[in-house]
Ligand binder design. Structure first.
Ligand code: BES
Ligand code: MN
Ligand code: ZN
Length: 511
């Protein structure tokens, strides 16, 4: 999809040729002297339109308006949140196959975050998964013009919004791919493809190197599968070399059968989404490649399948993690924490300013928070606050959960330093307590995205969350004065690197 930003008032919007012109009407709308304004004012006066977010009135072939269809759309109080809500309600108009070119025009000066929210919402409505369909029904909506009062002032936010769309769609694409089209090796290829972007490097390790690192917990999970494991290491170098990076760790279970502790058949297909944490890390790097913020980021992805097999790890087996701590694997379906714990140990070598792991870790988190907020766990209040705030800004919400040491009691084992499961009670918290045993004193946060990374039912598919939250967090970190003082020189001309603005403006979304 192609996005463009233009300076448009309602007079100018009326002469934009397109299939659908969406006019956002916020509360307190002040009509100008133009024809569209007059229409809106009349519709509001007669009660046929309300400025409530998502209320709308559709018109056809309006005299003196170049667009074929016009959608007058209530924008509520005009905030980012209300703008997104409004455009979500306009989903069916945006998704209609005859809608190829759309213009979204703000009826009044736009609030901070609203332009980015509009870009997100339009991209969201127009996304279609095609990779494994024989008759590729391409997305019909291919061009979107965002009309604002003054394009220059909105340029930066617009560019960030477009970059974020590219990241979210990359994450959705890899989340959605069936497990036989998204093996650990294919995930590694996807990561390598990101190294084409400026300032991004990728390194991939296989079973031999991971064996040498003694990642015994990760290897135990991979044992039951014919697909070789991969350990993916991405780097984005946007700041000086000496600047401590943020490390992101994404759970990359490309299919989770449960292993010998096998899962029941209903809905097991959804366990292809068990690499959505990994996909979100890939999506973040896709966005960083566009945004080029002044920060260093490392992405780590332990990727493998969790399968039952003659060689698979068995309940009761004890393995030694990279940290040296031994683990009694009481339930092979609690595999996410096993691949993550070794990746967290590995993360320490980067001396990170913060480590954030992202994982579809527990069904218990779905029960606790549903699909609205991701679970947030952290051993550091400032990090937790920054992530929660980033989620609020990006409208990609999370909620902090407790980490009292008492929750770790159930992890005690008679045969190893710890078991890999506690009882059913507080399952998302005991999982986080397990991970915490591997982070030492690094500032660490864990996002349990089991409820938010994908939707089931008729709308089954990956959401791309929490790419929005993470990119927002990293952008804030890059803006902090401490980070700015150590900014690296921008890459020299003639290399593969182009200025960020150019790329963002021309960016096409999609993988
Ligand atoms: N990938 C699952 C978590 C999951 C389950 C996410 C359902 C979304 C929906 C994870 O590997 C798992 O199986 N966790 C177990 C842990 C239990 C054995 C302690 C769970 O949540 O049931
Ligand atoms: Mn599992
Ligand atoms: Zn899993």
């Amino acid at each position: 999809m192609n996005f463009d930003l233009k300076t448009l008032d309602l007079t100018a919007a009326a002469s934009e040729k397109c299939d659908l012109l969406i006019v956002l009407i916020a509360e307190g709308f002040k009509p100008g002297r133009d024809a569209l304004s007059a229409l809106v004012a009349l519709a509001l006066k007669n009660g046929d339109l309300s400025a409530k977010a998502g209320k709308h009135l559709q018109l056809y072939q309006v005299p003196a308006v170049a667009a074929r269809r016009v959608l007058l759309l209530g924008q509520g109080d005009g905030t980012a949140r209300a703008t997104r809500q409004a455009l979500q309600a306009a989903g069916s108009a945006l998704k209609a196959p005859q809608t190829r070119r759309v213009v979204v025009c703000f009826g009044a000066a736009e609030q901070e975050g609203a332009v980015s929210a509009a870009v997100q919402a339009v991209a969201d409505a127009s996304y279609v998964y095609t990779t494994t369909k024989s008759k590729a029904e391409a997305r019909s909506l291919t061009r979107c013009v965002v009309g604002v009062r003054e394009a220059a002032g909105a340029r930066e936010e617009f560019g960030s919004g477009v970059a974020l769309v590219a990241g979210v769609e990359f994450a959705r694409e890899w989340g959605n791919r069936p497990a036989n089209h998204a093996t650990p090796s294919l995930l590694a290829d996807a990561a390598r493809s990101l190294a084409k972007l400026p300032r991004i490097q990728c390194k991939v390790m296989g079973p031999a190197e991971v064996g040498r690192l003694k990642m015994g917990a990760f290897m135990a999970v991979a044992r039951g599968s014919e697909e070789p494991l991969r350990f993916i290491e991405l780097r984005y170098n946007g700041a000086a070399k000496g600047m401590a990076p943020v490390v992101l760790v994404g759970k990359g279970i490309t299919f989770d059968t449960g292993g010998i502790s096998i899962k029941p058949a209903p809905e097991m297909d959804e366990m292809k989404f068990d690499m959505c944490g990994a996909a979100s890390v890939l999506g973040v790097f896709r966005a960083l490649g566009e945004l080029q913020p002044a920060i260093n980021v490392v992405g780590l992805i332990p990727a493998c399948e969790n399968m039952p097999d003659g060689r698979a790890v068995k309940p009761g087996d004890v393995v030694t993690s990279m940290s040296g701590q031994t683990i009694e694997i009481l339930n092979t379906d609690a595999e996410g924490r096993l691949v993550l714990c070794d990746a967290l140990t590995y993360a320490a070598r980067f001396k990170p300013s913060a480590v954030v792991d992202i994982a579809t870790l527990t069904g218990a988190c779905v029960i606790a928070l549903g699909g609205v907020r991701s679970g947030l766990f952290a051993n550091d209040d400032a990090l937790a606050a920054a992530l929660q705030a980033a989620g609020d800004t990006a409208q990609d919400l999370c909620w902090r959960m407790p980490l009292d040491d008492d929750y770790a009691d159930g992890l005690k084992s008679n045969f190893a330093d710890m078991g890999n499961v506690a009882g059913r009670a507080g399952g998302s918290i005991t999982a986080a307590k397990f991970l915490q045993k591997f982070v030492g004193d690094m500032p660490w946060a864990h996002l349990d995205i089991a409820g938010t990374a994908w939707k089931g039912g008729a709308a089954k598919g990956s959401t791309g969350r929490p790419v929005g939250l993470l990119v927002q967090y990293l952008a804030e970190q890059a803006r902090s004065p401490q980070a700015r003082s150590k900014v690296a020189q921008p890459p020299s001309a003639g290399s593969k690197k182009k200025p960020a603005g150019q790329r963002a403006a021309r960016a096409r979304s999609g993988a």
